[in-house]
Design a protein around this ligand. Structure first.
Ligand code: PGA
Length: 266
């Protein structure tokens, strides 16, 4: 019954560049990525592609995407919870909106662990993103210690519940399940593990935002996704795409992930 549920959601493959590629490298990269996918006759309406460059690249990416009418989406890796004011180093959602960003990553594990972002801050950022017409990609995931102590779903479920406080069911959101132990480790979760947590996260969406929102919201898996393992994740009914770090910096590898339908047998 749920097996075909994800047929109603357009898969999203999102590349999180982290602190890699300056604005000149970003222009060359995005141009090549778009050519590569067009050459391969990728159907962007069947699998959406988005890149998440550093803030300083966004204006260049915007100019290129709009001048060349590239069918790629892009977004920022973080956003301030504030609109404007004395917040040195912060970037307002209003600025990102002006740069025609569609998405913004919120609560990535590196923000949580290296910058001490807690669930309340994540919730405030989610609200700010929605206010400025950005689609938040809400990142949740358990550490290896959490996994041992509480099992796989308890922490991501609790993180998502807090992140959604204050979100109305009219808002467009994406959820990314990224087990911290799988990020950059080369040790991806199994498709079954990803599905188990994704199903729990969909239940949270159902309880907090209702059936319709839960049915249309995309849940991504992230953590050591590559061309060779994407197919397994995409076969799972509750996994609607991937948030890709390291492999998103290699055009051939990223294109192979985007073109998973060619090797997934869906
Ligand atoms: P990875 O990173 O693909 O390099 O594991 C994923 C992420 O941090 O979003």
């Amino acid at each position: 019954m749920v097996a075909n549920d994800n047929a109603r959601r357009t898969p999203l493959i999102a590349g999180n560049w982290k602190m890699n590629l300056d604005h000149l490298q970003a222009i060359a990269f995005v141009q090549k990525l778009a050519w590569n996918l067009k050459d391969a006759k990728h159907d962007f309406s069947s699998v959406e592609v988005a890149v998440f460059p550093p803030f300083t690249d966004l204006r260049s990416v915007q100019t290129l995407v709009s001048a060349d009418k590239l069918p790629l989406a892009y977004g920022a890796q973080d956003v301030s919870a504030q609109d404007s004011g004395a917040y040195t180093g912060e970037i307002s959602g209003a600025f990102l909106s002006q740069l025609e960003c569609q998405y913004v990553l919120i609560g990535h594990s590196e923000r949580r662990t290296l910058h001490g972002e807690d669930d309340e801050q994540v919730a405030a950022k989610v609200k700010a993103a929605i206010k400025h017409n950005l689609v938040p990609i809400i990142c949740v995931g358990e550490t290896a210690a959490d996994l041992e102590l509480h099992g796989p779903s308890a922490v991501p479920v609790a993180q998502l519940k807090t992140a959604l406080s204050g979100v109305s069911n009219a808002a467009d959101i994406v959820v990314a399940y990224e087990p911290v132990w799988a990020i950059g480790s080369g040790q991806a979760a199994t498709p079954e593990q990803a599905e188990q947590v994704a199903a729990q996260l969909r239940n949270v969406l159902k309880e907090t935002l209702g059936e319709d929102v839960a049915a249309k919201t995309r849940i991504l898996y992230g953590g050591s996704v590559k061309g060779v393992n994407i197919a397994g994740f995409m076969r799972e009914p509750n996994v609607d795409g991937a948030l890709v770090g390291g492999a998103s910096l290699d055009i051939d590898e990223f294109s192979s992930i985007v073109r998973f339908q060619k090797h997934v047998g869906l």
